[in-house]
Write a protein that binds this ligand. Structure first.
Ligand code: AHR
Length: 514
């Protein structure tokens, strides 16, 4: 027996004696119905909040920071690299205070307003509809516009749809042309309000369902494209009555998506710091993140009752970690750093979405730049990519790939008398036939050996990337922007349909098998 075979055999026997983490992946086509992981699960969110738009995306045409029509070139390049599929705008809570006509026409003539939700700052409306939609074209991403239901009118929303989508001659398309844009942008995704149960108007589910019916009726498919996608403002985490009420009372002909918001927050009154957290706070954050599994399962089950053919998507259009703001920053700006804990939230959450992609067909991380669990942080001309960015980039191999359902057995990550599954995973096969497996080990101390059964050809090979760091609290800073970044992963061995992997503590690994 040659040396290589012997070491593989020794490795195999070592793993079979010790591995308690196991994954079984069926070949494509074995599952009852093939499911595509919609690329829109990897969507982002840009609100007029703190330095997300102003300073983050947009610096204005006269800025010394390199830009295209006022949008930062470094940000555009970074988001294109992420393959950002859609971008939600202008809020959030801001959306239900936003009157889109304030943000069109010559910039010097646009009125200033007060951003009442976020810091009470003056908003000069220099970034409006044209600026956002042209930026989406630059990014190669689909816009997702959130309409104002809380303080707007049906006519106002109907006009917005006509303004951005109608190619013919009409009052609104005429104004669009006068403002320099001939062709419509053909926006597909429309949110009918945001958090209608809270900042969007403190409505009851029954009241909102009626409002929704009225507004959705006037969101017209101007160009008869047939792919207009209207999204109802959804439940806050475990408010199942909200989803039930919407599904019961809104006819399927008016509804393409139902939203859900869930933040990984330790305690709304005591969120804890973003970097200087302890292990108990880390554990609790992971508990909150993993709760997404129960939430999407239960909300989907309600939707199944009314929509067994799964025509309506569950759209998790706000998710992510939420901590106290960085000391010395405006509490209304929600600016927080982003550590390996956030990489763990991103990894496990995206695995949950992938595994539920029969119903979860769109999601938006909150938020893209300088707010909450951002993928990008900026400081004047500097820009850094966060650990969350790297996870989203590593996982983009799953976009529009076919889901490979998996059976996963995990060891526990134990904290006192509490425990969580240490390992999370999801898998897909892409159009080129490449299989990708994303694995997360949330255990803060122990590496996890995972044995994976998957159907492969004789000549199959495996490669991978890992995101790991020395401390859970590590982050990329403006002084040390590349402290955390993906590296080649060597701890995966493939032999006769058995893949043996060792994932370091609090690390994300994405494997490619070809
Ligand atoms: O993402 C920040 C805020 O969180 C959003 O504006 C709102 O929808 C949610 O409460």
């Amino acid at each position: 027996m040659n040396k290589l075979k012997l070491s593989i055999l020794l490795l195999l026997s070592y793993f079979s004696a010790n591995a308690q983490n196991s994954i079984k992946i069926d070949p494509p086509g074995k599952a009852s119905a093939e499911v595509k992981i919609s690329k829109h699960i990897y969507g982002h969110f840009a609100e007029h909040l703190g330095a997300c738009i102003y300073g983050g995306f947009y610096v204005g045409e006269n800025s010394k920071i390199p830009n295209t029509n006022g949008v930062r070139n470094d940000v555009v390049a970074a988001l294109k690299n992420l393959k950002i599929p859609n971008l939600r705008w202008p809020g959030g809570c801001f959306a239900d205070t936003y009157h889109w006509k304030d943000g069109i026409g010559p910039k010097e003539k646009r009125p200033s307003i007060v951003n009442t939700w976020w810091g009470g700052v003056t908003e000069n409306n220099s970034f409006g509809t044209h600026d956002f939609l042209n930026m989406c074209e630059l990014l190669g991403t689909e816009p997702y516009l959130a309409g104002n239901i809380g303080s707007g009118t049906v006519q106002e929303l109907a006009d917005w749809v006509q303004y951005v989508n109608f190619s013919g001659e009409s009052p609104m398309s005429k104004v669009r042309r006068e403002n320099g844009r001939d062709k419509p942008w053909k926006v597909k995704f429309w949110g009918i309000g945001n958090e209608a149960w809270g900042c969007g108007g403190n409505m009851t589910a029954d009241y909102y369902a009626n409002e929704y019916r009225k507004y959705a009726t006037f969101v017209s498919d101007w160009n008869k494209s047939g792919d207009l996608f209207r999204i109802a403002s959804g439940a806050n985490s475990g408010d199942y009555n909200w989803t039930e009420t919407l599904m019961k009372n809104i006819p399927g002909s008016l509804l393409e998506g139902v939203a859900l918001h869930h933040y990984s927050v330790i305690d709304w009154n005591k969120k804890g710091p973003s970097t200087d957290f302890n292990e108990q706070q880390y554990f609790t954050t992971m508990q909150r993140a993993l709760q997404m599994e129960e939430l999407v399962t239960k909300h989907s089950a309600i939707m199944d009752k009314y929509d067994p053919q799964k025509k309506i998507a569950l759209v998790v259009d706000e998710w992510g970690g939420w901590y106290e703001v960085e000391p010395g920053t405006n509490p209304g700006f929600l600016y927080q750093q982003n550590t390996m804990r956030d990489a763990m939230i991103a990894g496990v959450t995206l695995n949950i979405f992938n595994n539920h992609s029969d119903r979860v067909r769109m999601a938006n991380l909150a938020q893209a730049i300088n707010v909450l669990q951002a993928v990008i942080l900026t400081k004047e001309e500097k820009m850094i990519l966060t650990p969350t960015y790297h996870v989203m980039e590593m996982y983009n191999v799953h976009q529009d790939a076919t889901l490979l359902p998996l059976e996963l057995k995990s060891k526990d990550y134990v904290m006192g008398n509490q425990k969580l599954p240490a390992v999370s995973g999801s898998a897909s096969v892409d159009a080129k036939g490449l299989t990708h497996i994303s694995l997360v080990n949330i255990d803060s101390k122990n590496a996890q050996e995972i044995s994976i059964d998957l159907p492969t050809s004789k000549n199959a090979s495996v490669s991978g990337r890992v995101l790991a760091s020395g401390k859970l609290q590590d982050y990329n800073s403006f002084e040390s922007p590349k402290k955390i970044q993906p590296a080649a992963f060597k701890d995966a061995k493939l032999n006769a349909g058995k893949l043996l992997v060792k994932v370091p503590p609090f690390a994300v690994v994405v494997l490619e098998v070809k």
